[in-house]
Design a protein around this ligand. Sequence first.
Ligand code: 4AD
Ligand code: MG
Length: 479
Amino acid sequence: MFNSRTKIKALLSSEQTGQEVTVMGWVRSFRNNQFIALNDGSTNNNIQVVAELGLLDDATLKRITPGASLKVVGQLIESLGKGQKVEVKAKNIEILGDCDPEKYPLQLKNRPTLEYLREKAHLRFRTNTFGAVFRVRHSLAFAVHKFFNDKGFVYLHTPIITSSDAEGAGEMFRVTTLPFDKTPRKEDGTVDFAEDFFGKSTNLTVSGQLEGELGAMAFSDIYTFGPTFRAENSNTTRHLAEFWMIEPEMAFYDIEDNMNLAEEFIKYIIKHAIEHNADDIAFLAQRLADEEKQLPQDKRSEFGLVEKLEFVLNNPFERITYTEAVDILLQSPAYKKKKFEYDVSWGIDLQSEHERYLVEKHFKKPVIVTGYPKAIKAFYMRQNDDGKTVAAMDILAPGIGEIVGGSQREERLEKLEERMREMHIPVEDLDWYLDTRRFGAVPHAGFGLGFERMVLFVTGMTNIRDVIAFARTPNNCEF
Ligand code: 4AD
Ligand code: MG
């Protein structure tokens, strides 16, 4: 009867004591042959199990080591010791699984580094840091669904395998069953994908947006939330080859409606996490503060994690145009003192150092930048009347840089086709997409939120590999 157990989080907040309880979990520590700190992942707080002297024989005592799993039956009592309200006075302790202390990778004298734990990612959920990170991640994911569900959006599952490049950037992982040694070739020597599994060239999706737009043209409001894949060779603390993205798409929305929704959405999910994961966020705030103590004064953040999140909740995001952003950069002391690695002029793609200057030094809050030059943005974005810019919006967050990319979409068929030809997007292959502009086209808009970048922001972690269970990055696909 395993299911009659009570989770530790519930036990710790129990109003009642005296009753018999069953608790199961993994040993975090064992002191004085009597006090076991047990954890089951429901919270970072352990329950103290007291095994009175004489309850267990020597052989069993030796097997209670960090990482071993136990089933404990006992009485929930008010704690005699400091630091916890209740504890379990054990009547029976059963060892479910031993854990050899000589071999257990988390059995370390010193606190393991995040780098070390990345290599032990299969066990790192058992640490306080990763316990907190992944419970917060869960909570944010739940809030995403709640936010859109409450607004009447339809959750659309867009395909993972596609034959189109939604961003037109050519950063795709190919999907094929063709043999490498005997690749079928056409007369001109190119690979004959007619022989491939789907009878055409296919890849993993970089974005569900194009299919999302089809949904919005029927349901009005949809969102996708799924894995996306990018074969961009960026080995940074902000890029993954496999990441999760939330992409809402709304009919009858212009760029301003789009910005309003994105800002409301981001604030909503942060608030949800603060309300439902206060313990975990407090733990992560302390972790960050401890980590920053190692840094020189000028590298430390002005605010703690909790203050930063509260600040974001309580203040409107700054909204500026790309042209204004470039002007601010050109006027900045950083630019004048040649502190930027990349040059600044109208037309450049803002580099992460520029984005970070804007949010961290200049505005000190999230910034929404609109009206980017059309040359640096995707083919589907709506062209502004100036002929130079598009109705794009990126949201930049302190410490992260770009967290959202979105736009109002080009709903005018001729303009869209013209832009696709200019950008060498295969118009014939996307004929189905163009149908939305042929049959009852409407102004519409949408955006994509990089989920891991959001989790970074809320947890205060600094490397994106630490907020996804098993990171996929160039030269790394373990587990
Ligand atoms: O700006 P992106 O490329 O926009 C799109 O894919 C649009 N189709 C979204 C839309 O309008 N529906 O990506 C959106 C967001 C970025 O702002 C960033 O947060 C995240 O996805 N992102 C990544 N996150 C982790 N690793 C990567 N390699 C990422 N590339 C983009
Ligand atoms: Mg982008």
